[in-house]
Write a protein that binds this ligand. Structure first.
Ligand SMILES: NC(=O)c1ccc[n+]([C@@H]2O[C@H](COP(=O)([O-])OP(=O)(O)OC[C@H]3O[C@@H](n4cnc5c(N)ncnc54)[C@H](OP(=O)(O)O)[C@@H]3O)[C@@H](O)[C@H]2O)c1
Length: 260
């Protein structure tokens, strides 16, 4: 399938590793110029060096998406470096496991900031550039837990549900302007954040054993997903082949989530 993405310009928040880096790789492979951000400078630089091997323009910056000023500076810098923005992938985030009893107000606020408010602020900052694009796209990376509550990930469950409402309402508001907004809901995909969760929850297990145990409980396909199994869908949603899809929520989760 020809995605015709060549020479488009994309921002991927949290593009230094995991799903975000895979999406950035998919984009440069399709001839897209990309901008990535994350908080750890060494990982941002390492990712940028790998992405630049494609020959595409790569803008990389250290930015925390929970800080409004850093979001503005990153988006402005990206637009200047790439000559505009056609695609925004709101991917930065992380799990904050915890039951209702264990989460403090500070935990809730931090989770809301990195999930919902990062999507709000990055979209607001990118919108003037998206409006000037011939094929503007916002793709939000969310979680199956938004629709499939799990008290072990209490804050994720609640705050991702808000993100899905943001996704749909934004699609409705921006539809008349031709800005397409969609969500990709992740189940269990093997990334560095899961390595951290295993270290905290089950240090006695190998990563393989830990993933296999979780997948056996929750995932009909019986395994964790790979980042490449997410990035292809994101590239498709960014492309002209997805020109009549907006407000959609698509699971990449191996069937995880008991809902219709
Ligand atoms: N993997 C899964 O199974 C799964 C499931 C459900 C949802 N998700 C969602 O998918 C997205 C990607 O997750 P992942 O698994 O690829 O995680 P990951 O491997 O931990 O990567 C997360 C990326 O986001 C960046 N990031 C985190 N907090 C940030 C902040 N405040 N400002 C800027 N960048 C930030 C990280 O870099 P720094 O740490 O250097 O900032 C990194 O680049 C997240 O939103 C996550 O919640 C993933």
């Amino acid at each position: 399938m020809d995605l015709s993405l060549k020479d488009r310009r994309a921002i991927v928040t949290g593009g230094s590793k995991g799903i975000g880096l895979a999406v950035a790789h998919e984009f440069v492979g399709e001839g897209v110029d990309v901008a990535v951000c994350a908080r750890h400078a060494d990982e941002v630089e390492a990712a940028a060096a790998r992405l630049r091997r494609s020959g595409r323009t790569v803008h990389a910056a250290v930015a925390d998406v929970t800080d409004p000023e850093q979001v503005s500076a990153f988006v402005e810098g990206a637009a200047a470096a790439l000559g505009g923005i056609d695609i925004l992938v709101n991917n930065a985030g992380g799990a904050r496991p915890g039951s209702f009893a264990s989460l403090t107000d500070e935990d809730w606020q931090r989770d809301l900031d990195v999930k919902l408010f990062s999507q709000i602020r990055c979209t607001r900052a990118a919108l003037p550039y998206l409006r000037a694009s011939g094929a503007p796209r916002v793709i939000n990376v969310n979680a199956v837990y938004a629709k499939y509550p799990d008290p072990a990930f209490f804050a994720t469950t609640v705050n991702r549900a808000a993100c899905l409402n943001f996704n749909k309402a934004l699609a409705q508001e921006l539809g008349p302007e031709g800005v397409l907004v969609n969500s990709v809901n992740i189940g269990f995909v093997a990334t560095p954040q899961w390595s951290n969760i295993r270290e905290r929850r089950a240090p006695e297990l190998t990563e393989e054993e830990f993933f296999a145990r979780l997948a056996a409980q929750e995932v009909p396909l019986g395994r964790f997903g790979r980042v490449e199994e997410v990035s292809g869908l994101v590239a498709f949603l960014a492309s002209d082949r997805a020109s009549y899809i907006t407000g959609a929520v698509i699971d990449v989760a191996g069937g995880m989530g008991k809902y219709v």
